[in-house]
Design a protein around this ligand. Structure first.
Ligand code: UT7
Length: 330
């Protein structure tokens, strides 16, 4: 049995936070943000709109496009670092309820920006082993819930949103996911961290006063490691599978910083036509970034059945992951 990437869906909240808006909040400028990151604006969820709401909307679209019913889904995997609740219930369980699905295996994956591609590796393994037939993989983030809007080094980067896909069993090898590689190196754990709440820093007034509940990033060091790791990761997966970068129709990297994407794309000799960019309008949406980007080209009519996608991502942990797969939808 093989696993195919059957369909895609996404959701972006309607509220836009522009660089001009951020200029009024912190000491920054539209020019600095654009030049250093490529971001013009990002979407921010309403206060009553939570991660599972966005994930459920994206999921419904993906399930419909796969011409399935929610009840056909037998595993729900939600990648997020901004879950509805800190430890339980999982966001995947809440999404299952919002889809009206009962008696289904559902759990979250915590691999930061790499979470969606980690989820693909889980879906592929479950399907190839014959345990599941239709797996819903979601990347959903309300990243604004852990951003300190007084910290100019992080607040300009992140946005909210969700993407989801259905991975289905197939006997046709030509439409199968070719390979997924997921990896991590915990010795860089302090590069990107939300210090609280957790067993290291249980929630106290002091923790809140010190802002330890907000994301902290060693930006420049993360940047350099990202370029190096993403490039090597793609070279390795292409070589392992005997595929050239010119065979790729759509190179869909994690949307963290335009300069990272450009450096990696150039090193891999990807043309502008191959590289998918959404960073300018969504910023960095963490685990949602890649499925939102896939959905973007799908809705623009640029993603056709059988076309080869190369996914490449990098995030807190540190984690990284890549995948080569044909689009198996209509
Ligand atoms: O998704 C997970 C993975 N995440 C990433 O891959 C993100 C990687 N990092 C980055 O994208 C970049 O490092 C940033 C965009 C966060 C920062 O860009 P940078 O070119 O690495 O700048 P920097 O941190 O070296 O800072 C350069 C200067 C500093 O000022 P001084 O010390 O040179 O006077 C910063 O204080 O820019 C200053 N700065 C800003 N200035 C205006 C930092 N943030 C801002 C800002 N506006 N928002």
């Amino acid at each position: 049995m093989f696993a195919k990437f059957h369909s895609i869906g996404a959701y972006a909240p309607s509220n836009v936070l522009s660089n001009a808006d951020l200029e009024k909040m912190v000491d920054t400028s539209d020019e600095w943000i654009l030049k250093r990151t490529g971001i013009r604006e990002r979407r921010i969820a309403n206060s009553d709109e939570v991660t599972s709401d966005m994930g459920a909307i994206a999921s419904k679209i993906a399930i419909k496009r796969a011409k399935l019913e929610p009840q056909d889904i037998d595993l729900i995997v939600c990648a997020t670092v901004t879950p509805d609740y800190f430890n339980m219930p999982s966001t995947a369980c809440i999404i299952a309820d919002k889809l009206g699905v009962r008696d289904v295996q559902a759990f979250d994956i915590s691999a930061a920006c790499s979470g969606f591609v980690y989820g693909l590796s889980v879906a592929k393994a479950f399907i190839e082993s014959g345990m599941k037939k239709h797996v819903l993989v979601i990347g959903a983030e309300k990243f604004s819930s852990i951003v300190d809007y007084r910290d100019r080094t992080t607040c300009i980067l992140f946005g909210d949103g969700a993407g989801a896909c259905v991975i289905s069993a197939t006997e046709d090898r030509s439409e199968a996911i070719i390979d997924v590689n997921a990896s991590a190196d915990g010795s860089y754990a302090d590069f990107l961290v939300t210090p609280a709440p957790g067993s290291v820093n249980p929630l106290t007034q002091k923790v809140l006063d010190e802002g330890l509940n907000f994301v902290k990033m060693r930006g420049n060091e993360t940047f350099k490691l990202a370029v190096k790791t993403l490039t090597k990761d793609v070279r390795d997966i292409l070589k392992k599978n005997g595929i050239n970068s010119s065979d790729i129709d759509h190179f869909i990297p994690h949307q963290a910083n335009y300069r990272i994407i450009k450096a990696v794309g150039d090193a891999l000799k990807m043309t502008e036509r191959q590289v998918v960019l959404t960073i300018q309008k969504y910023g960095n949406t963490s685990a949602a970034s890649i499925p939102m980007a896939i959905n973007d080209i799908y809705e623009a009519g640029r993603l056709k059945r059988g076309e080869l996608m190369l996914l490449d991502t990098f995030g807190g942990g540190l984690t990284w992951a890549s995948a080569i797969l044909p689009f198996g939808g209509d």
